[in-house]
Design a protein around this ligand. Sequence first.
Ligand code: B16
Ligand code: MG
Length: 217
Amino acid sequence: NTVGVIFDLDGVIVDTAKYHYLAWKSLADSLGFEFTEANNELLKGVSRVRSLEILLGLGNVTLSEEKKQEVLLSKNEHYLKYIHKMGADEILPGAEKLLDSLDELGVKYVLGSASKNAPLILKQVGLFDRFKGIVDGNSVSKAKPDPEVFLIGAEKLNLKPEQCIVFEDAIAGVEAANRAQMVSVGIGDKDTLSEADYSFNDLTEIPADFIESISNK
Ligand code: B16
Ligand code: MG
């Protein structure tokens, strides 16, 4: 039984959440309210526009459409300053080993991320060429938990949704994978990701025969 893998980016391959946090925090500062790391958890896996809505809600701030576009642009410019400094040392533990083992097994993988900066981030850390395809925030019209991003990923893999295994760190992403009828693997806190078919604290915990055991099912 052929399987393919779809990887989320932030929280699975790299930790860009810390840079999103710094950039969102600086926006909140300029608007005059607090934005904590706990607040930042709410933005994981969520699209950029939706992230801004959540942030403004936390600060009880309303902005005009024009002003929203302006702050979205400046938040991203600020965020990109950190991204441009990223290198291979920021690949999360276990990620390269997992990709190596998929290569050995001949299992294809694509990216399924909400980020419009996904191609740049993969290039920064030197992983861009390894993926058979990239589905990112530029290619979808509906954000996670809508399954669209992963369904396009399955098309790029030339596989049916049931043949795809999704690695995700966000609740919205696990829900998207489940709605797509894919195998969902939660990476992070087991209680938070209780809807996932399987869950691990991080990629180093994935057993060597994990992918094979799923493809034999
Ligand atoms: P951008 P993922 C998501 O990445 C992040 O988790 C989320 O915090 C961010 O708002 C979203 O990408 C959009 O990112 O502003 O770069 O387009 O986890 O789906 O890989
Ligand atoms: Mg993520």
